[in-house]
Design a protein around this ligand. Structure first.
Ligand SMILES: *[C@@H]1O[C@H](CO)[C@@H](O)[C@H](O)[C@H]1NC(C)=O
Ligand SMILES: *[C@@H]1O[C@H](CO)[C@@H](O)[C@H](O)[C@H]1NC(C)=O
Length: 167
């Protein structure tokens, strides 16, 4: 007579096989989801703009960040990490990337949002390069899946410029 233990073990093996198969399908089917996120960011105000005593420029902005990242969510999405960065070029660095704001989006319902905020992290240059500086605002995201590989992408918004003078 087969013992109860034997049958329980066979059942467990079957369950694990099915689970592994479903995880495979989950991360595979994710590849067919072509997300089309959208975002729009306005700089509503330059709150202040100064050269600090140590010589580095710092600016404070009020931002209006709207985004619809709902298409990033599938049933295999655990959460999405998102950050907004100012990106610009200086003689010293081919890319300066300064994170201004970030957030964790836990569910699809939270993935469409409108945020009116001052920069959460300081916008400080490594020098005094910010007067009249053209910059991009880039929304980066990292999709953390329940199973499978993390993926990342971004949307670049161009055409921003800081004032010519401190204020
Ligand atoms: C912020 O952006 C949203 C969507 O683009 C817009 O409807 C709203 O009027 C903006 N708010 C301000 C204060 O400009
Ligand atoms: C902004 O992004 C565009 C397109 O990716 C790029 O060509 C341009 O050099 C960027 N501008 C700055 C100031 O980084």
């Amino acid at each position: 007579m087969h013992s109860f233990g034997y049958r329980a073990n066979a059942l467990l093996t079957l369950a694990i096989t099915i689970l592994a198969f479903m995880c495979g399908i989950a991360s595979f089917s994710d590849n067919f989801n072509t997300p089309i996120p959208t975002t729009e960011v306005q700089v509503l105000n330059i709150n202040w703009f100064q050269k600090k005593p140590d010589g580095d420029d710092e600016v404070s902005l009020t931002l209006n960040i709207s985004a619809d990242l709902q298409s990033l969510f599938t049933w295999n999405t655990k959460q999405v990490f998102v950050f907004l960065a100012a990106e610009y070029v200086t003689p010293k660095n081919s890319l300066n990337q300064i994170s201004l704001w970030d957030g964790i989006i836990p569910t699809k319902e939270h993935a469409k949002f409108l945020i009116h905020t001052t920069n959460k992290y300081r916008f400080v240059d490594q020098g005094s390069n910010l007067r009249g500086k053209a910059f991009n605002l880039t929304l980066h995201w990292h999709v953390m899946p329940k199973t499978g590989k993390m993926s990342a992408n971004k949307l670049v918004m161009t055409g921003y410029r800081l004032p010519e003078t401190y204020r």
